[in-house]
Design a protein around this ligand. Structure first.
Ligand SMILES: Nc1ncnc2c1ncn2[C@@H]1O[C@H](COP(=O)(O)OP(=O)(O)OP(=O)(O)O)[C@@H](O)[C@H]1O
Length: 214
């Protein structure tokens, strides 16, 4: 399965955020997005997921077009900010609530995802009391819990200690082996070296370079 972008452009308040971006990505691979703060990685993920409309260009998932055949990408898990998680709900409660919106998975799968990121489904602490690393793990659990075809991870190893980084890298590899298409934005060079099959270097909203190394 393929995710394709053809010549996408986006301006916000007169400023060009995405400038003629074309990409072709296939399931079973990890694509790294490397670039300075503000280069456009997050905005690109938002565009590709359908969360943000583009001004021109086309985005295809297989033979279907985003914004024509569907409003958002049909099978995706996305880690952006800690958006959508309630500080006064536990991890399980938070993910169950989100799972119920789609109705594809139930409690068993939610608990399995929580275990896979190294958290305890029986933990009664609420999200607001989680450490930064625990929050990050729960957000990743949310992105993978429905076993989506496309997973977008924006800085997934942020806030994790060395052991946590290793665990999350393993999880990302497992998701690739499962056959997911993974987009990974990270400032961590090791993440790029270890995980990415292809690296897109982003600068000023453009793809400056594509290759197998940084
Ligand atoms: N709501 C907004 N209104 C105006 N400009 C915005 C808005 N959101 C983002 N931008 C601009 O879009 C550009 C790209 O930002 P983006 O968040 O995609 O960068 P990034 O590569 O993800 O950066 P970082 O590494 O800091 O996460 C930046 O110049 C930013 O200032």
């Amino acid at each position: 399965m393929k995710l394709i972008a053809n010549n996408i452009h986006k301006k916000i308040k007169g400023k060009t955020i995405l400038n003629d971006i074309s990409l072709e990505m296939e399931t079973g691979n990890i694509y790294g997005f490397w670039g300075r703060n503000g280069s456009g990685k997050t905005m690109l993920f938002r565009a590709l997921s359908g969360l943000m409309k583009i001004d021109s260009g086309n985005i295809y998932w297989n033979d279907k077009e985003l914004h024509k055949d569907f409003a958002v990408l049909p099978s995706q898990g996305i880690v952006l900010e800690h958006a959508g998680l309630y500080p006064n709900k536990t991890g399980v409660e938070n993910l169950l609530y989100l799972a119920q919106l789609k109705g594809v998975i139930g409690k068993r799968e939610v608990e399995e995802a929580i275990r896979r990121v190294g958290l305890d489904p029986a933990d009664k602490r609420v999200f607001g009391k989680y450490s930064m690393g625990m929050k990050q793990r729960l957000v990743i659990a949310q992105a993978i819990m429905e076993k989506p075809d496309v997973i977008m991870l924006d800085e997934p190893t942020n806030g994790l200690d060395e052991a946590g980084i290793k665990e999350i890298r393993q999880l990302i590899e497992q998701e690739k082996e499962r056959g997911a298409l993974i987009l990974l934005a990270s400032h961590n060079q090791e993440d790029m070296k270890i995980l990415a099959d292809q690296v897109y270097k982003i600068a000023d909203g453009r793809i400056e370079r594509k290759g197998t190394e940084l």
